[in-house]
Design a protein around this ligand. Sequence first.
Ligand code: SF4
Length: 574
Amino acid sequence: MTIFFRKPIEGVERPQMEADVTIVGGGPAGMACALRLSQLIDKHNRRHPDAPLSKENIYVLEKAREIGQHNLSGAVLDPRSMDELLPSWRDEAPIEAQVEHESFYFLTEKKYYQAPAMPPPMQDHGNCIISINRFMKWLGEKVEQAGITVFTGFAGSELLLDNAGDRVIGVRTDDKGVDKQGQKKSNFEPGYDLKSKVTVLAEGARGSLTKQLVRRFNLDKDCNPQVYGIGVKELWEVPSGRIKKGEVILSLGWPLTTKEYGGSWMYGSRDNLVSLGYVISLDYADPRTDPQRVLQTWKTHPLIAHFLHGGKMIRYGAKTVPYGGWFSIPPVAGNGWMITGDSAGFLNSQRLKGIHLAIKSGMLAAETAFEALVENNFSAAKLHDFKHKVDASWIKDELWEARNFHQGFEHGLLSGLFHSALQQMTGGRGLHEVYPTKAGHTRMKHLDELAADGGDRAAILGKAKGDGKLTFDKLTDLYHSGTKHEEDQPSHLVIADTNICNMRCVTEFGNPCQNFCPANVYEMEESADAPKGKVIHLNPSNCVHCKTCDIMDPYEIITWVPPEGGGGPNYDGM
Ligand code: SF4
C-alpha cells in the first residue's frame, strides 16, 4: 500500500531493495543520524566481533544532485551537538568565522536605534558562522567515508505501508523519465521500493513524506498547528572592511509593521562575504505581502544600504522554518518511522536556530535505530524510545524555555515583547501554560477586509522593485539561485482545483501565491475566455523548494511533491 498525491505510472514493475534503515533527506538531521549510526555500529562490532552489524543496508536519500545543494540557512551554528557528534570537528569542518561582534537594531523607515546589548537568548558570541551548503558537503563526505551509502538525485516520493496500512515499511523513490502528461519517456526508469525496517524522515521543514504521515495517522490532532516562517537570503561580496569577519547584525522593525513578525540578519564571513536575509512569519494578514520584496525594501534602509554600497549580490535562495515550538511537535516515532529535525519542528524560534537541534535529534534517532537493530525489535514501542530520548535530552530543556515564544506575538510586536519578557521571568510559561495558536494561512484576510484595517502597507508590498545594484526583481534573484529542473516532467506543484484560483481567490485574496512565492512560479495571466479575466499559470522549473505555497495557500489546495530527483536550486556557498 502507498500514499500518493500524484497518480503513479500504472503497470510498472519496481525494483525492490531491502534496507535496515532508510534516512530520507541528506541535511543536518539526516547526515547526523547516518554518521551516529555508523559510529555506534563500529563500536558494537569492536565489542562483539562474533555478532557484527552491517552498514550495507543503511541508506540516505537526498533529492539534490550533490550533497548540500538544496541546503540553505543563515547560518550561525550553536556548536553543542557537533561537539557531541565529532569532538574534533572544528579542526576539519569548513567554519567561515567565529562570532566576535554582535549588534541589534530597531529600524524605522529613516532611523535606527541600537540596543545597548544583544538580548540574552540571541547572543551568539563564540558560535560559528557557516555556509550550510559547504558544511553539509563536508559532513556528507564523512558519512560516505564511514561506509554509509548516500543516493543523491533520489527523492523519497511515497511512503510504503503494510497491507493493514498501520506500519511504514519503507519509501518509494521518484520515477525518472516521465513527461508532462505523466507518460513514460524513452529514458524512463521506475523508482525503487526501499523496504526498510526503520524509516527516518529528515526532509526539512514541511517535508512531503512527513506531511503524508501526519495526515495518514492524524498525528497533529493533539498539538498546536505548526506555524512557519520564510527566510529569503542573499549572499553578497562587499568592499573590504565594511562588515567585519565574525560580525552579526540583527534588526527588527521596518519594513514590517508592528502587526507582522519577522526580522533581518547580516553575518560577516571570510573574504568579505556577507550572508544577509529577512525572515517573515507565515501568519501575516495581508495577502499582498511579498517576502522577496520585503528583503529588497529592507536593503534600502540607510543603515543597511551603507553596508552594501559598492558590493555585489552573488547568490539567492529561500526556505521555510518551523516556528511553532514544543507544542507544535507531533509524535516523532511510531510503527516503523521516526521524524527528525525541521520536519518534526525541532527549531528554537526565539534564537532562530535549528541546525544544532536537527543534528541532535538525528543522533537520538540513530541511537534508537541502533538499539532496534541490536534487539531485532522494530516495534512501535521500541521506536517510541526516540521520544523518551528527546525528552531526557537538552533538546527539551532548550525548547521548553521557548515553548510559548512565537505564540506570544500573535497580536503583534508590542504585545509580543511584553509576553516575551514575562516568559523570560517565568521559565518560558508567561501568562498561560500553553499559549494556543492557529495555522498561519487562516490569518490571511480577504482584500475587502484590508481596507477597514487602514495603515500604510507600501513597505510590505515592497517599494523596491529592483535597480539591479542594491535591489533585484524576483527573476534576477532567481537566476542567482542556480535553479534547474528537467522541463518535460509533471508539475511538482499540484493544485487540487484551479477553478478556486481563477474564480474565488482572484477576488477574495488577489492570488497571494504570486506574492509569497519567492521564485515567480505562480502567475495570473490575462485571458479573454476566463470569467474573471485571469487564469493561473505555473512555472514549476523556477521552484527553489521552499514549500511556502504548500503552507500559506489560504485554501490549502496546493501540494508540493518532489520533482524528478536532481532538480532544484544549487545553493553553492549559501
Ligand atoms: Fe516555494 Fe512553492 Fe514557490 Fe516552489 S512554488 S519556490 S515551493 S513557494
